[in-house]
Design a protein around this ligand. Structure first.
Ligand SMILES: CC(C)(COP(=O)(O)OP(=O)(O)OC[C@H]1O[C@@H](n2cnc3c(N)ncnc32)[C@H](O)[C@@H]1OP(=O)(O)O)[C@@H](O)C(=O)NCCC(=O)NCCS
Length: 186
């Protein structure tokens, strides 16, 4: 991964037309069954993470117009347990685009099988997908065009997360190089 903020201003790359956020926004819905439970009888976090990755992957593929791979997943938050019978909706959209990568924001909602209340938010996550070519090498992706004030806020927040991801990776790499130079071995 490149350890510098190399974000290219989408306006500087006019040969790839931008795509609006709404063009790739996706909802994946799934009813939870007994196959999805952990030992406590509630839904296993890994089942939700798989749905999150699936929904984000569908958005990344739609937006980039081709294959895209999960580069990272962060800030996966579980707010409330999901139960057998709940109808889970996983809502995903492109928050931000770089040159070859995209941040996908995901919200997880659950309609309780035994309640008539509106769906409750039970989780959220941010994933980075990278568009790849047939050889698995990064390829350019269209710039996303935020359409609403909420989309614009999400774009700005994604830029902050991007800066922090790069800074954290750089700081850890430098610490490891320093420790290695000082003769420490893991
Ligand atoms: C993701 C992958 C294609 C990146 O390849 P790379 O040779 O490291 O390419 P780069 O360093 O040029 O990174 C490409 C883009 O991905 C981003 N990226 C790469 N790793 C990242 C990470 N860990 N977190 C966030 N962004 C990342 C870079 O910032 C860059 O974005 P930009 O072009 O918008 O600036 C490569 O690491 C890979 O194939 N990983 C495996 C993916 C996979 O199989 N996922 C499913 C797991 S089962």
């Amino acid at each position: 991964m490149t350890d510098q903020v190399t974000d290219t201003d989408p306006a500087m790359e006019p040969d790839i037309p931008g795509k609006p956020t709404s063009a790739s926004r996706t909802t994946l819905s799934h009813i939870m069954t007994h196959n999805d439970t952990n030992l406590l009888g509630t839904v296993h976090g890994g089942v939700i993470m798989k749905l999150v990755d699936d929904a984000a992957g569908a958005v990344a593929g739609r937006h980039s117009g081709g294959p895209a791979v999960t580069a990272s997943m962060d800030e996966m938050v579980f707010l409330e347990p999901v139960r057998v019978g709940d109808l889970v909706h996983v809502k995903a959209q492109v928050n931000w685009t770089g040159r070859t990568s995209m941040e996908i924001g995901v919200r997880v909602l659950a309609e309780r099988w035994n309640e008539s209340d509106p769906a409750t938010q039970v989780g959220s996550a941010y994933l980075v997908f990278t568009g790849v070519d047939a050889d698995g090498k990064p390829r350019r992706v269209p710039p996303v065009i935020p359409e609403t004030e909420r989309d614009r806020r999400r774009y700005q927040e994604a830029q902050i997360r991007r800066t922090h991801r790069l800074a954290r990776r750089r700081a850890i790499r430098e610490l490891r190089e320093k420790r290695a130079a000082e003769g420490f071995e893991d």
